[in-house]
Ligand binder design. Structure first.
Ligand SMILES: [Zn+2]
Length: 128
């Protein structure tokens, strides 16, 4: 039996993930020039989370005393990661590269006719 079937992995919570979502909500109240489409919003969350250390706890296990100074510092890092991710997505929205990825997905369903990824190089990469 696999680990996921054997143990309650749904009780493993990445606190940074929860806080990224909360902080995105908070920032979107003040930010007005952000595209709210699912592609952009998921990209913001993914970029922010990829730039943060995971911070896991087991759902039912609560630390006896939590160092509020550490929590404040961690939340500051999360907010910084979200603001950085938002500025990256604003400058380069995912719609700019998703259109390059789509033909590849269509090729999977197309009959093998030799119609390749005609004359293009790889999709523009993103660095962050
Ligand atoms: Zn968008």
């Amino acid at each position: 039996m696999s680990f996921k079937k054997k143990y309650p992995v749904e009780n493993l919570i990445n606190e940074n993930e929860e806080d990224v979502f909360k902080i995105i909500d908070k920032i979107l109240v003040e930010e007005k020039d952000v595209c709210l489409c699912p592609d952009c919003m998921m990209d913001v969350a993914a970029i922010a989370l990829n730039n943060l250390e995971p911070h896991y706890r087991v759902f039912l296990v609560r630390p006896v005393h939590r160092d509020s100074e550490l929590i404040v510092r961690r939340l500051r890092k999360v907010e910084e990661a979200v603001r950085n991710a938002l500025s990256i997505v604003k400058k380069k929205p995912p719609s700019q590269y998703i259109k390059f990825i789509a033909p590849v997905a269509q090729l999977d369903r197309a009959p093998a006719s030799g119609a390749g990824f005609a004359g293009s190089s790889s999709p523009p990469g993103r660095t962050n």
